[in-house]
Ligand binder design. Structure first.
Ligand SMILES: Cc1cc2nc3c(=O)[nH]c(=O)nc-3n(C[C@H](O)[C@H](O)[C@H](O)COP(=O)(O)O)c2cc1C
Length: 162
C-alpha cells in the first residue's frame, strides 16, 4: 500500500469541478462544505455520491439531516469555495451568496451551474471518509453558459468550451 503523501500527490493531478454540499438540520441551522469528491452513480434511478471526511462537522450534520444538496460552482464563485473550506463555520458560511431551496428545503445556491436536491439513501464509511449516496429528488440547472470552477494541482481554474 502506498503512503498518504504519494496518494495525495497523484490525486492533485485529478482536476475536478468544485461543489458546495449543503444541508439543513431539523432546527433550521444550515451547514455545508466545499467538495470535489462528487460523482454520478446511477441515472435510473438518479443517484449521486459525495465523500465527506469523517472528522468534518458536516459528516455528522448530513447524516443527522438525512438530506443534502450538491451545488456545482461557476468560476465566479471561487470566493464561496474558499469560504466553505475556511475557518468560517456553520450558518455564517451562508452569509454570502444568494440562497434558496428546492424540494427538500436544504440550501440551494442561485448562481450554481446546477443544484441537486437529495435524500440520503445510505452512508458507507470508507477509511477517513464517509461515502454519502443521495437519491436526487430535484435538479435546477442555471441557464446561460457561465464557465465552471475547476480545482487541480492546488489551484483554481476554469474551462472554455469550444
Ligand atoms: C477545492 C476543495 C475541495 C475539497 N473537497 C473535499 C471533499 O471532497 N470532501 C471533504 O470532506 N472535504 C473537502 N474539502 C475540504 C473541506 O471543504 C473543508 O475541510 C471544510 O472546512 C469542512 O467543513 P466542516 O469541517 O465544517 O465540515 C475540500 C476543500 C477544497 C478547498
Amino acid at each position: 500500500m502506498t503512503d498518504v503523501e504519494s496518494f495525495k500527490a497523484g490525486m492533485r493531478q485529478l482536476t475536478a469541478g468544485v461543489c458546495l454540499v449543503t444541508t439543513q438540520a431539523a432546527d433550521g441551522s444550515r451547514s455545508g462544505l466545499t467538495a470535489t469528491a462528487v460523482c454520478s452513480v446511477s441515472a435510473e434511478p438518479p443517484i449521486l455520491l459525495v465523500c465527506v471526511n469523517r472528522d468534518n462537522g458536516n459528516y455528522a450534520a448530513i447524516r443527522a439531516a438525512g438530506r443534502f444538496a450538491v451545488n456545482v460552482l461557476a468560476a465566479e464563485d471561487e470566493d464561496l469555495s474558499n469560504r466553505f473550506a475556511s475557518a468560517v463555520s456553520g450558518d455564517e458560511r451562508f452569509h454570502h451568496g444568494d440562497w434558496g431551496t428546492l424540494a427538500s428545503g436544504v440550501p440551494v445556491l442561485a448562481s450554481a451551474l446546477a443544484s441537486f436536491d437529495c435524500t440520503l439513501l445510505e452512508v458507507k464509511d470508507m477509511g477517513s471518509h464517509g461515502v454519502f449516496f443521495g437519491q436526487v429528488e430535484a435538479v435546477k440547472v442555471r441557464s446561460g453558459d457561465a464557465p465552471p470552477l475547476l480545482y487541480g494541482d492546488g489551484s483554481y481554474g476554469t474551462l472554455k468550451f469550444l
